[in-house]
Design a protein around this ligand. Structure first.
Ligand code: NAD
Length: 483
């Protein structure tokens, strides 16, 4: 990006280490998924850069945690303000690297800022559990130290801000490592942060999975806050065990939505569609298995196809585009192969939308019927613009099938009768169960997965507390001189 704000040229963002913006010997090309062409080559941090950043973060931690809470929150609001001033620039970078339409990229960034603003207004009070003649006992929330924040490629800025906000407010210093597919906007965020935060409080290192592994085993890093796949979550637990790191893991989902037999398909189709296929289907808590009463299926399939037919797929920088490409080539190949395998085994792609021919990683919107629960397209998290519509005759059976997954991030029930829907919702196993919406996340509401979908939560007061340890103070009374 040029200093004049010209969006046609991209300045290479640097790593941020010790308050400085620096480059590295190694570089990684970042591909624009709408063109399949690299548009920038960013510095890639190796073990040396990580060591310097970790020492800097560790060194900055005592003075950062010593600041009053209100002052740390004031700093966070300065970060929010500087990001807001650069919203157009950051949204443009996000679109180039991630693929989503510019308006969605703006929305993602603004949403992340709203979470930070909420954290900037939260309290971390000392809890007094005893205060009498014998003892005063206080439960205090203390920072954990240096946080390693490792993010995925579907919402690069939102995920980074979800971690940065609570980590800083709680008194920690932070090293962010974005996905190698989408490091650009996050690196730029790191640069902007250096203009408003004390040195080394927030550093951003771009790099590949090796850098992630090195962060998760680094002795100066006390906590990992990770968003990504289940497999990587497991690897992180293992590699962080020797240094006993605190962990928050936001992993994959294969969310079920159960439609009850009382809905008007035309009235619900739009919300069901976007519940599954926003962000090109690359949403951890997106609706990925839609269970529909068999008698209602033909009408609902038609209503969903009518919505899908209005969706314009294309380069996210262009006006009027609703959905961008799949973010990266391996993911595109995976979605294609899951759809092809399902078709081979008898599933029917009854609606296949228009998509640019390429070379970008475009995949048409695909609505699928006659798939079985055993097909990879249904049994695994497919993470693409494909929605399998599965029929059921017996509601108990639908609930059992919905719960049959090891993943349990979100789930939803759709009905014209709220009480009936809540009764079904009570039987679904998920970190969040929505009624007549899917997914909706808010700064005041905890978000996390059950079963293999993760460990701990983000957002809300619970999300803030996850960046603290408990330290107890116990003062014995009655020993005062002369007493
Ligand atoms: P991924 O696990 O491949 O990569 C995520 C990050 O981890 C990247 O920065 C990567 O470089 C790093 N990494 C990879 N191997 C590592 C290792 N061994 N140690 C440390 N770091 C390592 O995931 P992805 O493909 O980037 O993202 C897609 C996945 O993320 C999907 O499963 C999706 O559901 C999930 N996701 C979950 C949430 C949530 O909040 N639950 C949100 C968004 C995405």
């Amino acid at each position: 990006m040029s200093p004049t704000g010209d969006l046609s040229t991209i300045a290479t963002p640097g790593l941020t280490i010790g308050g400085d913006v620096v480059t590295a010997a190694e570089r990684t090309e970042v591909i624009n998924p709408a063109t399949a062409q690299p548009f920038v080559a960013v510095p890639a941090a190796g073990p040396g850069e990580l060591q310097t950043a970790a020492q800097a973060a560790h060194g900055a931690a005592p003075s950062w945690r010593a600041l009053p809470l209100a002052e740390r929150q004031e700093y966070l609001l300065r970060l929010v303000a500087v990001v807001r001033e650069h919203l157009d620039e950051l949204a443009h970078l996000l679109t180039l690297e991630q693929g989503k339409p510019v308006a969605k990229a703006r929305g993602e960034t603004e949403s992340g800022l709203r979470y930070c603003e909420r954290y900037a207004a939260m309290d971390l009070p000392v809890e007094v559990v005893r205060d009498d003649a014998g003892e005063r006992t206080e439960i205090r929330r203390v920072p954990v130290g240096v946080v390693g924040a490792i993010t995925a490629w579907n919402y690069p800025l939102l995920l980074a801000l979800w971690k940065i906000g609570p980590a800083l407010v709680a008194g920690n210093t932070v090293i962010v490592k974005p996905s190698p597919y989408t490091p650009v906007a996050t690196l730029r965020l790191g640069e902007l942060a250096q203009t408003v935060l004390p040195p080394s409080v927030l550093q951003v290192l771009a790099g590949g999975d090796d850098l992630g592994r090195a962060i998760t085993s680094h002795p100066l890093i006390s906590k990992i806050s990770f968003t990504g796949s289940v497999a990587t979550g497991r690897a992180i637990m293992a590699s962080s065990a020797p240094t006993l790191k605190r962990l928050t893991l936001e992993l994959g989902g294969n969310d079920a939505g159960i439609v009850l037999d009382d809905i008007d398909p035309a009235a619900f189709a739009e919300d069901l569609y976007w519940g599954g296929l926003s962000n090109c289907g690359q949403v951890c808590a997106g609706l990925k298995r839609l269970f529909v009463p068999a008698a209602l299926a033909p009408e609902l399939e038609e209503a969903l196809a009518a919505v899908a037919a209005t969706v314009v797929v294309g380069d996210g920088t262009e006006e009027g585009v609703d959905m961008g490409p799949v973010q990266n080539r391996p993911q595109l190949d995976r979605v294609r192969s899951l759809v092809a395998a399902a078709e081979r085994d008898g599933a029917d792609v009854y609606f296949r939308g228009e998509a640019p021919p390429g070379p970008g990683y475009f995949h048409p919107v695909a609505l699928v019927r006659n798939a079985t629960d055993e097909m990879g397209l249904v049994a695994e998290e497919q993470f693409g613009p494909v929605l399998p519509i599965l029929t059921y005759r017996d509601l108990d059976d639908a609930v059992a099938r919905a719960n049959a997954s090891d993943l349990a991030l979100g789930a939803s029930v759709w009905s014209a009768d709220e009480d009936r829907a809540v009764q079904v919702a009570d039987r679904l196993e998920a970190g969040t169960v929505w009624v007549n919406q899917h997914p909706l996340l808010s700064p005041d509401v905890p978000f996390g997965g059950l079963k293999q979908s993760g460990l701990g939560v983000e957002s809300s007061r619970y999300g803030l507390l996850a960046y603290t340890d408990i330290s107890v103070l116990r003062v014995k009374r009655g020993r005062t001189q002369g007493a």
